[in-house]
Ligand binder design. Structure first.
Ligand SMILES: Cc1cc2nc3c(=O)[nH]c(=O)nc-3n(C[C@H](O)[C@H](O)[C@H](O)COP(=O)(O)O)c2cc1C
Length: 220
């Protein structure tokens, strides 16, 4: 039995026709999402970023610990510091650390160590996973942290896409430098960097196949 007081819960109710029509729209929106690596200088309304982050913060989480922290960067100097630090790691990765197999997997995507989008995207959202939190004199452990943060980031990416914004799931490795740049303590571990904005004009993306639905989804 729950130890919390109970409150009424009323989920939104739709007719079957409305639900199917919403489903079609959602599917269309999801299919239109692509990762973007060249951002226009077009300003992004701050309200959209805030709404997307509020949606991300509603995600379910292990033991309801909400073990995420989002740091929103717009300051050009901070973005540039982040770019330089990320490029240093990425250069090392592409030139030394990456296995030939990994580079082969990345080849169709066409990425390299250079990350100009970290300067040009109007917003950088740096996501941290909070492994443990200050609690009295010590720390209390959080549970299912990567799973919870991954779900929250999924909510965030989906919300941004719904608002007509584009992003990239960027994971410079290792990402330890993000703690210093974002001023976050060591109990928070960098999870992902999401540059957010609109693509440059006439932008193209690699024609990447998605696996057949039937291979990914099994009905029993
Ligand atoms: C966990 C994760 C890490 C990723 N890291 C990078 C990255 O560091 N740099 C990059 O350019 N793309 C990165 N991507 C983006 C993928 O390359 C991209 O999602 C994939 O190629 C499919 O393309 P789409 O997002 O346009 O559908 C990452 C995606 C995920 C989910």
């Amino acid at each position: 039995m729950s130890k919390s007081p109970q409150i009424p819960y009323t989920p939104p109710v739709f007719s079957e026709e409305d639900a199917l029509s919403i489903a079609q729209w959602e599917l269309y929106t999801a299919r239109s999402r692509r990762s973007i690596r060249e951002f226009a200088a077009t300003p992004v309304p701050c309200g959209l970023i805030e709404a997307a982050l509020r949606i991300a913060c509603t995600a379910p989480s292990g033991a309801n610990r909400q073990p995420w922290r989002f740091v929103v960067i717009t300051d050009p100097e901070t973005k540039h510091r982040l770019r330089l630090a990320a490029e240093e790691e990425e250069r090392e990765f592409y030139e030394h650390r990456a296995t030939p197999e990994w580079l082969e997997a990345l080849a169709p995507i066409g990425t390299d160590w250079q990350k100009p989008f970290l300067d040009t995207a109007p917003y950088l959202i740096v996501v941290f996973r909070v492994n443990s939190e200050p609690d009295g004199d010590g720390f209390k452990k959080n549970y299912y942290v990567p799973e919870s943060v991954g779900i929250a980031v999924g909510f965030l990416i989906s919300a941004l896409n719904h608002f007509g914004l584009c992003t990239l799931t960027h994971t410079p490795a290792p990402m330890g430098f993000l703690n210093e740049i974002c001023g976050r303590p060591t109990n928070e571990k960098p999870f992902v960097v999401l540059p957010v904005g609109y693509p440059v004009e006439d932008y193209t993306v690699p024609d990447l196949p998605r696996k057949p639905f039937e291979e990914m989804v099994l009905w029993k």
